[in-house]
Ligand binder design. Structure first.
Ligand code: ZN
Length: 430
């Protein structure tokens, strides 16, 4: 089946999903989906097939895993016989050459960085990409028939996953956030998107440019993803663009949720089963089992995000879990002489350069000062400080930033229970 037809096929399938009238309906749907998932997917995974008995499995018997176990068992977990070393080198080659056509036997391979900044890879087949697109179309961007919508997508990497949607309904243009925003604004002005999609820290910059009349665009919808959108920023973006604002909760591991018409974040429980590890009576870590994935099954996978449940649900009537907010992804942006450097850009560059640390933190402690903590083997420490400094110096030069003072320490300050915020800016009183 051609890719476009696949998208339409899955889109129609999603549109014809029954609306869940109760939590029981959702549970019934999930248990049916999980059974099919066991037969069609888990039985093909060397890691999971031992848990499948008579074509079914008991979710409680499966191990809970995090990114560390997910990556160390990569070869056994994936159902395509792809080896981690091969996948990593293909993904890194794609990223370094910035052509992003990273594929092994038709499976797209992407590079990811997690909360500890370590390298990871994710796999997506053509069907999985089609499902992703269909989900975005049906949940976030409503296609308008007879009018092609232009979407400006600000991304840190143009993985095949995103660039694949060119059709009579949509046209995607990708803006590479490895470039300084000032260079991207004129391009955006020329493109005149109907829909603007980006992480909030960049949306803010684009909104400021609009306010200062550097650009004049009229998007009908603004989509925020990949970082927490703070309430004050939300209001600002809405005011400046006077457009519908949608928030997408998306990470490498899946498309987890999206805001409804009321602005409430709902989890995509019709594709992902969520377990909760409760921190208190409102906060929890999500543990996800994604039954729409088949090349690299994501099963009882604990995310580092801290979510706050919305106890009274949502007045839109949806029975899907409603969130008050996503607490745990408050990554900060570093700012030197009013120039902003985004955290995922830094973590990505570091991941490309080195992987011989356990953890690191980069903290802006003053207007031009950085404190870098590296938790690693003592023998690697000196070469790591050199690697970190050279990555940062090169990156900052690209933004026209120089004279940053670097301090290093051979440990990571970390309070148990808090998410490790690997890159952050302290409130140092400016
Ligand atoms: Zn709602």
């Amino acid at each position: 089946m051609r890719f476009k037809f696949k998208i339409i096929y899955y889109w129609l399938k999603i549109l014809t999903l029954p609306r869940f009238d109760s939590r029981e309906d959702i549970e019934k749907h999930q248990s049916k989906q999980l059974k099919t998932f066991a037969k069609k997917v888990l039985a093909k995974s060397d890691f999971y097939k031992r848990f499948v008995k008579n074509g079914t499995f008991v979710l409680a018997d499966l191990p809970m895993i995090s990114k560390t176990e997910f990556m160390s068992n990569f070869n056994e977990i994936n159902t395509k016989g792809i080896l981690l070393d091969e996948a990593l080198s293909v993904a890194m080659e794609g990223e370094n050459s910035r052509n992003f056509k990273s594929e092994i036997n038709g499976i797209t391979v992407g590079l990811s960085t997690g909360t500890n900044g370590k390298r990871g890879v994710f796999l997506a087949s053509e069907d999985e990409r089609a499902i992703w697109v269909a989900l975005v179309m049906s949940r976030v961007i409503k296609p308008k028939f007879f009018k092609r919508q232009k979407i400006a997508f600000f991304l840190r990497a143009n993985s095949n996953l995103y660039s694949s949607v060119e059709s009579s309904l949509f046209e995607f243009k990708y803006f590479d956030i490895f470039k300084p925003i000032a260079e991207l604004l004129p391009e955006l002005q020329v493109y005149q998107p109907d829909i603007l999609a980006s992480q909030p820290s960049i949306l803010i910059d684009i909104a400021e440019a609009q306010k200062n009349k550097i650009i004049a665009i009229q998007p009908i919808q603004v989509i925020s993803f990949a970082e927490v959108l703070h309430e004050s920023d939300k209001i600002r973006i809405k005011q400046i663009f006077n457009a519908k604002l949608s928030e997408v909760y998306q990470c490498t591991e899946g498309f987890l949720g999206v805001t409804c018409e009321n602005g409430t974040m709902h989890l995509n429980e019709d594709f992902i089963h969520f377990d909760q590890e409760w921190i208190d009576d409102q906060l929890f870590y999500p543990i996800i089992t994604d039954f729409s994935r088949h090349s690299q099954p994501v099963v009882k996978y604990k995310l580092n995000d801290i979510l706050q449940i919305r106890k009274d649900g949502c007045s839109c009537g949806s029975k899907l879990i409603a969130l008050e907010k996503i607490i745990g992804r408050e990554d900060d942006v570093l700012i030197f002489s009013e120039k902003k450097v985004y955290p995922d850009l830094i973590s990505r560059r570091i991941a490309l350069k080195t992987d011989s640390f356990n953890k690191y933190t980069i903290t802006q402690t003053g207007p031009m000062e950085l404190l870098i903590g590296i938790e690693c083997e003592q023998t690697n420490y000196d070469s790591l400080t050199n690697d970190f400094q050279s990555v940062l110096v090169t990156l900052f030069e690209e933004f026209g930033i120089s004279e940053v003072k670097y301090d290093f320490q051979n440990n990571v300050d970390y309070t148990t229970g808090n998410k490790l915020r690997k890159i952050k800016r302290l409130n140092y009183g400016n």
